[in-house]
Write a protein that binds this ligand. Structure first.
Ligand SMILES: C[S@@+](CC[C@H](N)C(=O)[O-])C[C@H]1O[C@@H](n2cnc3c(N)ncnc32)[C@H](O)[C@@H]1O
Length: 353
């Protein structure tokens, strides 16, 4: 049990069922397509008229900035999800070899599918844990990651592994969620369609607690069975919770109206339709804490890299859709960090093996 101050009937109930302890990858294995199958370049071609696509493309350029275009370098992408940033990075750095690593079989299956439809030849995907990278020491030129390192159970162990596999002078550059909560404790719920055994759809109820001090995110995942009764109750909860205010794109439970939705009879019904119940905790950071952690491990040149802020409003020329224009401009746009996201860059010192 997590020993939390529980303030909604739903979280009380979920934790009273004593969920099995797990890790983040189990949750990711239940998601059919990460980011709903809408990842620019990976799932859908870049549309330079869409500011979100420009933003994603500029993040790829930012991650690629440390990779020399003319050199045959080896890059690892930790927690690649459905192949982001591995696939677009390999595309703009064709001389590099990119290895995407993930601990979730479902994510790897999607990454491999995306790779084959894009036809790139300089990418591979591998099943492994971020905390134990199956690569020889001092063999990798760069490690990148997007919203993944903080999900490893032991972030210090993950960072030591990254340090070990990097060549002397190699770089680490990763995107992370900057933990800056609007309240000390936020509870949300999402009702989504999950997948098991690669093609079997199941309804999921995902309860999330986000906390500061200590900074952490705790998810409890209730996997319902594939009966029509389970689908019906899932659908009803989805409709009812659509009336709740949202936070992080999920229905907020820290409001009295949420108590009305998750009444005792509903919860008892849900219990009978439950196939699996597990919980996992991930660590969260602000940039300063991450920088301290990496410094202590021996990384140098630590930098809080600014994320380019790209909007069509500010840069109407982008409407021309010219990739050259876009590449030139995005280098000039390093103005503001998008709220809630940070990019940290670091090096393994030269002379250290
Ligand atoms: C938030 S997703 C990010 C996916 C992708 N990088 C993106 O930005 O779209 C985190 C990914 O990290 C993977 N992951 C989490 N913990 C892991 C671990 N300990 N070992 C390997 N992969 C892990 C998950 O399976 C998931 O695919």
């Amino acid at each position: 049990m997590l020993g939390l101050l529980i303030n909604t009937s739903l979280s009380n109930w979920l934790h009273s069922l004593e969920p099995r302890n797990s890790i983040a990858t189990e949750y990711y294995s239940l998601i059919p397509k990460w980011r709903s199958g809408n990842i620019p370049f990976v799932d859908i071609a870049y549309d330079y008229n869409r500011s979100e696509h420009l933003r994603q493309a500029s993040l790829i350029e930012l991650l690629a900035a440390n990779i020399t275009p003319t050199k045959r370098s080896t890059i690892i992408d930790l927690g690649t999800g459905d192949g982001w940033p591995s696939l677009p990075l390999a595309h703009i750095r064709p001389k590099a070899y990119v290895l995407g690593i993930d601990g979730s079989e479902q994510r790897l299956a999607r990454s491999r599918k995306n790779l084959s439809s894009l036809g790139l030849t300089n990418v591979d995907f591998l099943a492994a844990d971020i905390r134990k990278i199956p690569v020889r020491s001092c063999t990798v030129d760069g490690v990148v990651a997007s919203f993944a390192i903080e999900e490893a159970v032991d972030v210090g162990q993950a960072a030591r592994e990254i340090f070990r596999v990097l060549k002397t002078g190699g770089f680490l550059k990763f995107i992370h969620q900057v933990w800056n909560l609007p309240a000390p404790r936020i509870e949300t719920i999402s009702l989504i369609q999950g997948i098991v055994n690669s093609d079997h759809l199941v309804p999921l109820l995902v309860h999330t607690i986000r906390e500061g001090n200590p900074n952490r995110e705790i998810r409890t995942v209730l996997v319902l069975d594939s009966s029509s009764a389970a689908s019906e109750i899932h659908q009803k909860l989805l409709i009812d919770s659509a009336g709740l205010p949202t936070q992080y794109g999920e229905a907020l439970l820290n409001v009295p109206s949420s108590q009305v939705i998750f009444k005792e009879n509903i919860l008892n019904h849900l219990k009978k339709l439950t196939r699996e119940l597990f919980t996992y905790e991930t660590k969260r950071y602000n940039t300063k804490d991450l920088v301290t952690l990496l410094n202590n491990i021996g990384f140098t040149n630590l930098e809080n890299t600014r994320i380019p802020s790209v909007t069509l409003k500010t840069y109407p020329e982008i409407h021309t859709g010219s990739k050259y224009l876009f590449e030139t401009m995005s280098k000039e746009l390093a103005e503001l960090n998008e709220i809630g996201e940070g990019v940290v860059t670091a090096n393994k010192p030269i002379g250290v093996n």
